[in-house]
Structures are given as C-alpha cells and as structure tokens.
Design a protein around this ligand. Structure first.
Ligand code: SF4
Ligand code: SF4
Length: 361
C-alpha cells in the first residue's frame, strides 16, 4: 500500500490538528488539516478534485502545527506537499502559485523584482568585504522590503569585528517551490545556487531569514547534496557574540511578546536568550503554543482575506503588550505590517535585530 495512504488510514479523527490550525479556526473548520489529507486517495486514484477541494489543499501555510500535535504521527505537511505536486502536474494549481514559481525559477525572485536592486540595502554606514569567505544572505523580504534589517545585521556584525561579503547574485532560496511541491524544479534550483555560492569560495553564510536558514541548511542537502559551506542563523551568532562579550546589550527594561517563526520553532530559545540579555521580559503570546501568521506557502497571494484573518489573530494579541511584540521572521513581519495597514490597526511589532542594535549602540 502507498505509504502516505497507509499513514492517512491511521487517522482516528481526534480533531487535535483542527484545534491548532489557524486556517481551520478562521474558516469555522471548513478547511482543516484532516480534510486536506483525506483528499490524497482521490488524487492518487486520478480523480479530479472540485474547486473547493483544490482550495483546501492550497489553504495551508505548511506551518507544521498539525504535524507536531498529531498523536498518530501522520506527516500532514508532507502529504499536502505531495497533493500539490499532483495538482500542479494536472495543471490545477492556482494561477498565482504557478506565476510565483515561474518568477523564482526564471528571475530568482517571487515577485520578479529587479535583480540589480537586490543588494541596494548596502550603504556607507556599514562595512562589507569584497573577498571574505564569510557571506551574508539577506533573503527576498529583507533585500527588497525591509532593508533596515540587513543594515542592522551588518552593523552588529561589524561591531563584533566581523566583516562579511554580500553575495553578488543573491537570489531567492526557493522555499516557495518546495512548499508547493515543485520538487524537480527545486532540485535543479538548489544545485545551481549551491554551486554558485561555492564558486565564490564562500565557506560560511550568515542568514537572517528563518525560511532561508532551513532551506540552505537542510533542504538543499535533501534536494541536491550537502553544501560545502556552513549555514549560520544570524540570531544564533548574535547570542554567541553576546555570550563572548563581543556584543554588550544595554538594559531596555521592557515587557514584550514574541512572534515565533514556524520554520525554526525548535530554536525559539535563541530569541528569548537575546531578549533576556537586553532585560526584556517575555510573556508567551499563545501560551507557548504554535501561532502561524497566515502568510506563507501561497496563502497570502491566493487567499488574501483568509490570510489577513489569520494575521489578525496575532495583531489582536499585540494589544496585550504596551511595549510591543518582537518578530524574527521577516515574512511574518512583512505580512503583519501589511494586514495592519489594510485594517487600519496600530503596528506594534519590532524586528529583533533592530531591537538588539538599539540596545547595543
Ligand atoms: S501546516 Fe499549519 S496551516 Fe497547514 S494544515 Fe497544518 S496547521 Fe493548518
Ligand atoms: S491529529 Fe492526526 S489523528 Fe487526529 S484528526 Fe488530525 S490527522 Fe487525524
């Protein structure tokens, strides 16, 4: 029997996955993790899904909350990814998803941005090397939408005596291809990008975006091979530099919430350690539970209303924090800022790197 179908057959309909899924929550349990995996049989048997069922498959940020809670260890997000592969092969994937995948493959950018502007965050306030074997990758959302995060990262590195180089032809990590089941294209993409970075003589690459981090560190090894460069998450490096006394944060004396990043939940102690070093007291926003922002994996472009409703769950929570909420995923930050603008709500979220810079300078 097909391994995934066998896994689906173990579902005991306990509803635990539905309870943690923010998409299920804002759609009154119309689209749930369980309803998605139950479509696999139809897809494998070659039956056509109706539009509502296709929407169900694409109404997932692949945040992983359902995987983590399922008592039967059903690989829900892997099954969603496989369903998307089949739908893409049938030509039934949403038009926006196909367009974004095409943009990434052809132009190295989900929004087909002008590649000559990717490194336009570089200015004369920061010091970069031309030749270092340590590089910095900003990632799409920072490079094009939130350039201050890149500059703040380099300022902190410079302060600690590190002068990395930018990647001349940096491009999107390709997470969207993986999330949408475009595995063959993702393999080719990973090969090209890994070989390009290696050709520059780069031995270590520092990344700010949790999505880029997981793709470079884990997915490329699965898709192509282990890269010959080390991948370092910027916050982990900052925590080390603080512990070594190379960065000395001043007390900010604030009480803040933390908006965790789904891609690296198992590393969520790192931002908390950094916040503690700045005398920022953290209280958990979702009682220590997973709380997706609602943007990733195509939900925002394909289902903007549902995506915004999920974003509002976090925005409403920020009211409990007069000193604000800290985010460390640039895409969460971008999506939630966007939702606040649409809904005319106060945006009370600060990026952790910018907060650290404020405390160190
Ligand atoms: S990965 Fe997240 S958004 Fe997708 S079905 Fe699971 S809980 Fe819902
Ligand atoms: S948590 Fe697992 S077993 Fe329970 S309903 Fe969801 S998929 Fe089925």
């Amino acid at each position: 029997m097909d391994e995934d179908l066998l896994a689906v057959s173990y579902c005991i309909d306990c509803g635990k996955c539905n309870d943690v899924c923010h998409i299920a929550k804002v759609t009154d349990n119309k689209y749930t993790p369980r309803s998605k995996i139950m479509l696999l049989q139809k897809l494998i048997e070659g039956d056509e899904l109706d539009q509502d069922e296709v929407d169900d498959v694409y109404l997932s940020t692949r945040c992983g909350a359902c995987d983590d809670i399922c008592p039967m260890s059903i690989p829900i997000t892997d099954i969603i990814q496989r369903e998307r592969t089949i739908l893409a092969e049938q030509g039934k994937e949403p038009v926006r998803t196909s367009q974004i995948c095409k943009n990434i493959i052809e132009a190295g950018s989900p929004g087909r941005k002008d590649t000559t502007l990717r490194n336009s965050w570089i200015n004369d306030e920061i010091e970069l090397s031309e030749t270092s074997d340590v590089a910095y990758m900003a990632g799409c959302w920072i490079a094009f939408a939130h350039q201050d995060i890149a500059r703040s990262t380099i300022k902190l590195l410079n302060k600690a005596g590190i002068t990395p180089r930018a990647i001349p032809e940096e491009k999107c990590c390709g997470l969207f291809l993986i999330d949408n089941g475009h595995m063959e294209e993702a393999k080719e993409y990973a090969k090209e990008y890994v070989e390009y970075i290696e050709s520059l003589g780069i031995k270590k690459i520092i990344v700010s975006c949790p999505g880029c981090y997981i793709v470079l560190k884990e997915e490329y090894a699965r898709l192509f091979r282990e890269p010959k460069f080390e991948v370092v998450y910027s916050l982990e490096l900052f925590r080390d530099l603080i512990q070594e006394g190379k960065l000395v944060p001043k007390a900010l004396d604030r009480k803040m919430g933390v908006r965790d990043a789904c891609a690296i939940l198992e590393m969520s102690d790192i931002p908390r350690d950094i916040l503690r070093s700045m005398q920022v007291e953290v209280t958990e926003m979702f009682g220590g539970k997973h709380g997706c922002c609602g943007g990733p994996a195509g939900v925002k472009p394909n289902f903007p209303e549902i995506s915004s409703k999920v974003g509002m769950i976090t925005i409403e929570k920020t009211k409990d924090y007069p000193d604000g909420v800290v985010a460390y995923c640039p895409f969460c930050y971008h999506h939630l800022e966007d939702v606040c603008q649409q809904e005319e709500k106060e945006f009370n979220i600060k990026d952790i790197t910018e907060l650290l810079l404020e405390s160190v300078l």
